[in-house]
Design a protein around this ligand. Sequence first.
Ligand SMILES: [Zn+2]
Length: 422
Amino acid sequence: MILEPEVETRPWDEQLAFDDVSFRKQLAYLRERSPFYRERLVGHDDVALADIARLPLTEKRELRTAEAPLGTHLCVEPSEILRIYSTSGTTGRPSYIPLTAHDLENWIVGSARSYAASGVEPGDRIVSTYNAGPFVAGAALASFDRIGLTHIPVGTGNTERLLQAIDELRPDAVVSTPSYAAHLAEREPRLADSSVRRVLVAGEPGGGEPAFRARLEEGWGAKVTEAMGIGDIGVSLWGECEEQNGMHLGARGFVHPELIDPQTAEPVSLEDDASGELVLTHLRHSAAPLLRFRTRDHVRVTTMDVCRCGRTGPTIRCIGRTDDMLIVRGVNVFPSAVREVVGAFVPEVSGHVVIKPQAPGVKQDPPLPVAVELADGRAADARLAEAIREKIRDVLVVQTRVELVPWGTLRRSEYKSHLVQR
Ligand SMILES: [Zn+2]
């Protein structure tokens, strides 16, 4: 379902023309209201959206100080703030995300477009497994109301409650992190015959890895699509449609996407197969707008063509976190890419992997140690370890040392998986 066809199928060039107008207004707003950006925009008068790469990037660590917990880029009076979310603090202590009523509304609209892309329709029943609590996921849950879904929240970590809801309420869809969806599929084979026809995954990368996705789809007997947001910018900004060829920008008009090389920070143009770190700019934000914010998410553009669903603009896959990236003898290696290669060896292995870097920091000497968990009832054998090692070398051009470990020995996380262990 396309929630707003006139917006979502607008030719991308036309979208950029609209966005250019919003961008110039947003820059004028920042100059007027944000001491942080006023200083950084000196000498950058009247910049067009097409020239955005001339402007400085914003890093998360620059934004908050003990004296300014809502960020030095806050642009509104405290009384105008309707909601303050917190991040989960993956890069240090939790930080706060203030929103005005207008910001929250735009978040919900963008998120509703992204989730509607999955094919869920008004009246469908959806079970959610997020503990939204202090997190921006709360706004994603509000978007289910906007679509008109019958929302059944069960939260994380209460698998019995979830299974009972699936058995008794017969939902059409489940929304979950990919780790939790995989955990459930592994534990409960009967889910393959449940009423669930769609599994919507978000909250971490991985839902788009072909082998991992195939396992999820088999385990649930359902179609899997993914969504992705970034706390400081917006929730579920991107959402995948039923064509399953990457995520569309549901937040188009509110957010402008760019790619950069994470090492040099040079711009990378958005075209088919381009990859780089995703950089996002608010176009119509009020409370604490961000300009060229480094998301630390490394993505690949699957296509810039019009999708068969009718939506226009870039579609992307998240490859992994720039922060998780390792460099082994000059080659960039994402732990999620290693997991994807290993996934091709299911059912001999379980699909769980952990990378164990030997040196601190990003640069590693080969061979890179990789623990690969065997499938239930399989014994380690040297032939399998060698086949995995060769496949990783062929696909990712990196030398590894593959250690096969018994089934059930790698830590499962119900919420987010941890692929690197130091
Ligand atoms: Zn599509």
